[in-house]
Design a protein around this ligand. Structure first.
Ligand code: ADP
Ligand code: ADP
Length: 231
């Protein structure tokens, strides 16, 4: 099954002589329960694609279909709800709330939506990130790798349709990167989560079961891991 797909997606900045086509005619499907990495040189449109997929950015042309829902047709209010309830996002800079504990950061999306945590799922997520004795700590008391695992848990806590990660290991050393990527990988393999990650790091991309390559805003190439189960 397809979790999210684009049809003829394009995004341009500026007009006339100064127009930049950040994305041009990108049609791609992201299967449910798959871990996709998006790679490409700086300026190739990776962030623009991720932001359009996540409803953070409006494309100029084309569609983004989350199930039967076309994100490009939604107003800001609906997009806000959708991002809160059905999409998880992990940023390079962690973006945790400094005044809240790790646990409060993780459950924040549920609190904002006035939803009760599913106890079993929350326990599973907390066990998997492996920070049980640090959940009462503020972000400033945690290492970078621990903060990013908290951010990943926050992205997963409402069991979103898709988790998007934009250079999640860009600020981490290799040991902390492995912890974060291991967590994302387990969320895909063990819980069937769908993950789409932008990275320029081949070591990070190796955790994915599919790698897409962008160049000049266009899809250039694709690598599939032949050992990954197709869903
Ligand atoms: P990547 O993530 O692969 O580095 P981006 O998606 O950030 O690439 O950018 C793709 C292209 O769009 C680049 O040429 C970039 O300069 C341009 N671009 C991105 N955002 C803007 C913006 N807000 N205004 C103008 N140009 C932009
Ligand atoms: P669909 O998109 O097909 O309606 P969902 O994404 O809603 O499916 O749910 C997928 C699976 O995750 C289902 O087995 C559902 O029971 C489970 N699930 C959904 N939300 C939660 C949650 N908050 N806690 C635990 N399990 C959940």
């Amino acid at each position: 099954a397809v979790a999210i797909r684009t049809v003829g997606l394009g995004k341009s900045y500026g007009h006339g002589e100064t127009r930049i086509d950040a994305l041009a005619d990108v049609s791609v499907e992201f299967g449910r329960g798959r871990f996709t990495a998006i790679m490409g040189p700086s300026g190739s449109g990776k962030s623009t694609l991720l932001h359009c997929l996540a409803g953070l950015d409006k494309p100029t042309t084309g569609q983004v279909m989350l199930g039967e829902l076309d994100l490009t047709k939604l107003d800001e209010r609906s997009l806000t709800h959708l991002r809160r309830d059905r999409i998880g996002f992990v940023f390079q800079a962690f973006n945790l709330v400094p005044t809240l504990t790790a646990l409060e950061n993780i459950t924040l999306p549920l609190d904002l939506a006035n939803r009760k945590p599913d106890k079993a799922w929350l326990d599973t997520v907390l066990t998997t990130i492996g920070l049980k004795d640090r959940l009462g700590h503020k972000p400033s008391e945690l290492s970078g790798g621990q903060q990013q695992r908290v951010a990943c848990a926050r992205a997963l806590v409402s069991r979103p349709h898709v988790v998007f990660a934009d250079e999640p290991t860009g600020n981490l050393d290799s040991r902390a990167s492995a912890d974060v990527l291991g967590f994302l990988h387990r969320s895909v393999r063990e819980f069937g989560q769908t993950v789409v990650m932008v990275t320029h790091d081949p070591t990070a991309a190796a955790y994915a079961d599919r790698v897409l390559f962008l160049a000049d805003g266009r899809l250039r190439d694709e690598l599939l891991d032949p050992t990954a189960e197709s869903v």
